[in-house]
Each structure stands twice: as structure tokens, then as C-alpha cells.
Unconditional design. Structure first.
Length: 102
């Protein structure tokens, strides 16, 4: 595959990874991002040449690794934000339950 196509793909995803790390993303969003990445990677693999295959796949695997780390950070942030939301909801429910005095 032409080197510029791979470089454009990498630059594009490196920018996306930087954005993802700062976000809180739910499980569905994580899955969609993974699918989008895999689709782009598959398109690159279809245009590859034999002599550069190993190097290109190594670069894409490294990029995928960075993406997975960013996705885990974003999903952890989402879970932490929603944990506090559920605590507020349940805390409000428990305050409304009347106490039985003996």
C-alpha cells in the first residue's frame, strides 16, 4: 500500500485517540469506535503489498494498542461518572423511605 495512505490513517487515528482519552464513553460507543477502526484497518489491508506487509501490520497493531488503552480510559471515566450518578439516585431513594421507630 502507498506509504502516504498508511501515514494519513495513522495521523487521523492518533488525533482521534487523543480526543478519546479525554472523553467518557459508554460500552456502545466503545464498540462503534472499535468497529470503525477495524473497518479502516481492513481497507488498508486489502490494498497492501507483500513486501511491506510485516512492517505495516506492526504499525497498525501498535496504533490499535494505543486505541485500546484510550478506550479503556474513556470507559473507566464513564463508569466513574455514572457510579456517582447512581449513588445520588439511590441516596435520594433511601432518604425517602420512612424509618420505623421501635
Amino acid at each position: 500500500m502507498p506509504k502516504d495512505i498508511l501515514e494519513n490513517f495513522k495521523k487521523s487515528w492518533e488525533g482521534e485517540i487523543a480526543k478519546i482519552e479525554k472523553e467518557a464513553i459508554d460500552g456502545n460507543g466503545i464498540s462503534l469506535i472499535r468497529l470503525h477502526f477495524e473497518h479502516g484497518k481492513l481497507m488498508l489491508e486489502m490494498n497492501r503489498t507483500e513486501e511491506s506487509f510485516t512492517e505495516e501490520m506492526h504499525e497498525l497493531d501498535m496504533l490499535k494498542s494505543k486505541l485500546e488503552v484510550a478506550l479503556q480510559i474513556a470507559h473507566s471515566r464513564y463508569r466513574l461518572q455514572n457510579r456517582s450518578l447512581w449513588a445520588r439516585i439511590f441516596g435520594g431513594i433511601f432518604k425517602k423511605i420512612p424509618e420505623k421507630k421501635i
